[in-house]
Design a protein. Structure first.
Ligand code: GDP
Length: 424
């Protein structure tokens, strides 16, 4: 059975925790999109970790972790990450890297930075990990695929070609130092050295695993609203964040994805720019940000303070629908225990009309939140393991959200740890 674990919102919903938890019963965990631009925070027996590239299942002995073809593979980052967990006592993970994955090159990171500089105040709030330049090159068919590393002659010729185009931009648009083909080739050969032993035809490996009835998890990065097609374009990421893309980014048949577990946070948070209808500000926001997540809402990759807001039923309903949700994992609920009353965004008012449908970006920019307020439960709910043991107002909050979004909440996460979970 293949299960996808994806985000309903803007990312940081707690997918890492859910994946780490579900990986206990899994054989293989696959990253299928994105790169080192977002992070997953995981708290388990080994400590607290911020992963960027490794799948969140690397902490078990029995799992195989796959970097799928859809990923933006930053080889040195992957290596540092493996080293950082092994240094902290985690058994050396079994990792396979798709021979069809493409690599983030050092110039992608530079172009990302130069472009943000050039745009100044009009920037997209990129994490400057090279992701947008990487995917642009992939679709412009000038990217480097892992398989190409093993043909040195062709590689040499290609580095010269790439430098020619890149240098036009560097010289005339950015006024920055030019690339040298020799250095680029050395960089690539260095990558070959590092990942050589892990390279595999992962789609064929997964095909066999599916036939053998293995349990496979697809781990998404970011969430529905950051999808380039269905999200808040252009304030989106550069690869699809949807479960459907799991089939492509892992190389498996779409009909094999039997469960789509959409992770949805009990309040909202977002990093970077873009419309955020239920956003709150000032002291109220500071308090939620400070109490949020596990030790505050600050980006796992960038350390940037996240924007926060009330639960947005309009965005989450859409986010769940576009994922093709079979199950909702409702997370970080424990954080809300301090509030007397909890506002929930139940509609958007756009040009005087109220809607429950998530609009395209132009309209979204004009939307004002319609809030409904629910009573808080005013106590700590961490440690509770049975749904019936949750305070009544807490259950009412969950059931209210469930009704509004229209998808079943089958898991409630009430703490960052592996065991902080309530099944319904
Ligand atoms: P991801 O990118 O979706 O994996 O999310 P992040 O890891 O960036 O952000 C989720 C944050 O919330 C992390 O710090 C987690 O440790 C934490 N977290 C996850 N689930 C819960 C929960 O149920 N309660 C609390 N308090 N923190 C949680």
């Amino acid at each position: 059975m293949v299960k996808a674990i994806v985000g309903a919102n803007w990312g940081d919903e707690g997918k890492g925790k859910i994946t780490d938890m579900m990986a206990k019963e899994a054989d293989i965990i696959v990253r299928f999109q994105g790169g080192a631009n977002a992070g997953h925070t995981i708290v388990n027996d080994y400590g607290k970790f911020a992963l960027h590239t490794l799948p969140s299942g690397v902490f078990y002995n029995h799992t195989t972790s796959i970097i799928g073809n859809g990923v933006a593979l930053n080889v040195p980052v992957l290596f540092d990450e493996i080293k950082s967990i092994v240094d902290r006592g985690v058994p050396k993970p079994k990792i396979l890297v798709s021979d069809r994955a493409q690599m983030v090159m050092s110039y992608h990171v530079l172009f990302d930075r130069y472009e943000e500089e050039r745009l100044g105040g009009k920037s997209f709030g990129s994490t400057k990990s090279g992701i947008a330049p990487f995917y642009s090159d992939k679709y412009a068919k000038i990217g480097f695929q892992v398989s190409e590393l093993f043909d040195e002659e062709a590689l040499k010729e290609k580095t010269e070609r790439i430098c020619e185009t890149k240098n036009v931009m560097l010289e005339h648009l950015y006024h920055k130092p030019l690339l040298e083909p020799g250095k680029l080739l050395d960089e690539l050969l260095g990558y070959r050295e590092m990942i050589g032993p892990y390279v595999c035809d992962t789609s064929s490996y997964l095909w066999d695993a599916i036939k053998e009835g293995k349990n496979i998890l697809l781990e998404g990065q970011l969430g529905s609203l950051k999808d380039p097609d269905h999200g808040i374009y252009p304030m989106v990421t550069s690869s699809s964040t949807l479960a459907a893309y799991g089939a492509i980014g892992a190389g498996i048949p779409p009909y094999e994805i039997g469960k789509i577990i959409t992770v949805c946070k009990a309040y909202s948070s977002a990093v970077g720019a873009g419309a955020f209808v239920s956003e709150i500000f000032g002291e109220e926001a500071d308090e939620l940000r400070r109490r949020g997540g596990d030790g505050g809402e600050f980006g796992a990759t960038t350390g940037r303070p996240r924007r926060v807001g009330w639960f947005d039923a309009v965005a989450s309903k859409y986010g769940c629908r576009i994922q093709g949700t079979t199950d909702v994992a409702f997370t970080v609920l424990d954080v809300l225990g301090y509030l007397d009353e909890i506002p929930v965004c139940v509609g958007y008012e756009i040009d005087g009309e109220v809607t429950q449908e998530f609009p395209t970006t132009v309209k979204l920019e004009k939307a004002k939140p319609v809030l409904e307020t629910l009573p808080g439960w005013k106590c700590e709910i961490r440690g509770i393991r049975k749904y019936e043991d949750l305070p009544e107002n807490c259950r009412k909050y969950i059931e209210f959200v469930e009704e509004r979004i229209g998808f079943p909440v089958t898991m409630v996460s009430n703490g960052p740890g592996r065991d902080d979970i309530i099944y319904r």
